[in-house]
Ligand binder design. Structure first.
Ligand SMILES: NC(=O)c1ccc[n+]([C@@H]2O[C@H](COP(=O)([O-])OP(=O)(O)OC[C@H]3O[C@@H](n4cnc5c(N)ncnc54)[C@H](O)[C@@H]3O)[C@@H](O)[C@H]2O)c1
Ligand SMILES: O=c1ccn([C@@H]2O[C@H](COP(=O)(O)OP(=O)(O)O[C@H]3O[C@H](CO)[C@@H](O)[C@H](O)[C@H]3O)[C@@H](O)[C@H]2O)c(=O)[nH]1
Length: 433
């Protein structure tokens, strides 16, 4: 099948390469010339495990091409729209202007029987609006909404082996085409939910709202643990044994970030308000507030450990990406904490295995180093904010050799407090005694 993928960012680049890996003839389109040049050369423009390998094999075989010109999408039967839907500059709503622009640019190139498939996360009602526009401008084409659930860091596997497929469609031919695109996953037994546009759009934001709520729930428990002497990690283990609750996504810490959960819960709230049902998801404002409080809590702990002021003190910040195995710093709790500490006058030295370039582009005022040892050298305080393997594996005795004072905040609760305390460290986790 000939497929185009419009928008080659964290979602689209992986989707394009994965579709080619599945045997389709794919063209990836983006307005960003540098990104397209890198992708065309078989180089991943961002860090995502496994992406480089499938990109190189697919571009090498000729099954995957990249272009900045929409005309190159003209011979595709199925067109995925995977452009960004960031938070608006002036509020909580999603900015869907990139989706509209990509859609409008694509319409003149739609062949007879072509299927436009929305993958971007959009406010409910977007697909119906675009379908109405398609009926006027290109009635020979169809529209489907097929939300994506991949996680950064696992994006390639999640795309090749999705845990479910959601088709928002309004005719059987769209389903037939999507089944052809996803034949490998369908044959492997991936559950496939066929529904209307609105449900498909809502499934995506509901899933992210649920995940965000689960994280903020456990972080709220961490707040209570902090004033009662309880241990939130033990609490999570104990409630997680109940299969109805489940242990996954109950890791208390500095909270969620990234290009999805924070902006998606805000956009959902804004859309519900537009629809006159703001009260139905008003709890998501609390989910957001709990989440942002955790970042401030880390800063408060730093102040506490350094005797009330961080001014002029050296703080080693371990982690900048919003999660391990990603270079993505969009709404990153780690970067936020680093910036807050710098704002209070600390001498912040931050390190991350992959995210330094992205962090530096946004916050040049911080000091960065690629060397973990260098970051630790002379530190009055160490703050572990992104649980990369290299940071989880730190040895307390060895780490002590570099720092000026043995103080550590484990903002992801991934270190063993007993071992660190035994090595002479003042250890503080979040929601742990
Ligand atoms: N990142 C994820 O893990 C993930 C997972 C599921 C869903 N999503 C959703 O997918 C969408 C894309 O997210 P992302 O993280 O890939 O964003 P991103 O910012 O990494 O990528 C978006 C890309 O779209 C390109 N673009 C913008 N306007 C364009 C146009 N008119 N024509 C062609 N290209 C254009 C940009 O240059 C950019 O490369 C969002 O709606 C997001 O919520 C993302
Ligand atoms: O127990 C947990 C689990 C996660 N997080 C944090 O939550 C954020 C999001 O993590 P994760 O969901 O793994 O990363 P994303 O790649 O942002 O993926 C989410 O957002 C994507 C974009 O919408 C969806 O496709 C995915 O299904 C959804 O998990 C990160 O900052 C994590 O550190 C926690 O704090 N505690």
């Amino acid at each position: 099948m000939r497929v185009s993928v419009i928008g080659c960012g964290y979602l689209g680049a992986v989707h394009a390469a994965a579709m080619a890996e599945l045997g389709h003839e794919v063209v990836g389109i983006d307005v960003d010339e540098r990104k397209i040049a890198a992708l065309a050369a078989g180089e991943a423009p961002f860090f995502e495990p496994g992406l480089g390998a499938i990109l190189r094999s697919a571009t090498g075989s000729g099954r995957l091409r990249f272009s900045t010109g929409m005309a190159d999408a003209a011979d595709a039967r199925v067109h995925f729209i995977a452009v960004g839907t960031p938070q608006s500059a002036n509020g909580y709503a999603a900015d869907v202007s990139y989706v509209d622009a990509a859609f409008d640019a694509l319409v003149p190139y739609l062949a007879d029987g072509a299927l436009v498939v929305g993958k971007s996360t959009v406010p409910v009602g977007t697909a119906a609006r675009l379908a109405a526009r398609l009926a006027e401008t290109a009635p020979h084409a169809r529209l489907a909404w097929n939300p994506e659930f991949l996680r950064e860091g696992f994006a390639v596997k999640d795309t090749l082996e999705p845990d479910r497929l959601v088709y928002g469609v309004d005719d059987p031919e769209s389903t037939r085409l999507l089944d052809q695109v996803y034949r490998a996953a369908v044959e492997a037994g991936a559950p496939r939910i066929e529904t209307d546009y609105a449900t498909a759009e809502l499934v995506k934001v509901a899933a992210n709202a649920f995940l965000a709520t689960k994280i903020s729930f456990i972080n709220a428990m961490a707040e209570i643990a902090e004033v009662s002497g309880a241990d939130v990690t033990k609490l999570a283990d104990a409630i997680g044994h109940d299969a109805r609750i489940g242990r996954r996504f109950l890791n208390a810490g500095v909270g969620f970030g990234g290009g999805c959960l924070p902006k998606d819960i805000r956009a959902f709230t804004a859309r519900a308000e537009e629809l006159g049902r703001g009260e139905s998801v008003a709890f998501l404002k609390e989910v957001d507030a709990i989440n942002l409080r955790r970042r401030r809590r880390v800063v408060e702990l730093a102040l506490e450990l350094l005797g009330g002021s961080v001014y002029g003190r050296t703080v080693a910040v371990l982690g900048l990406a919003f999660k391990p195995d990603s270079d993505d710093v969009r709404d990153s709790p780690a970067l936020d904490v680093a910036v807050q500490l710098r704002g209070l006058g600390a001498r912040v030295i931050a390190t991350d295995p992959e995210a330094i370039a992205n962090a530096q582009a946004r916050h040049p005022q911080l000091d960065y180093t690629t060397s973990l040892d260098h970051a630790l050298t002379g530190a009055d305080l160490v703050v572990l904010v992104t649980e990369w393997h290299a940071f989880r594996a730190l040895d307390p005795t060895e780490t002590a050799r570099h720092v000026t004072a043995r103080r550590i905040i484990d903002a992801r609760n991934v270190l063993d407090p007993t071992a660190w305390r035994a090595a002479g460290w003042t250890y503080r986790g979040l929601g742990r005694p």
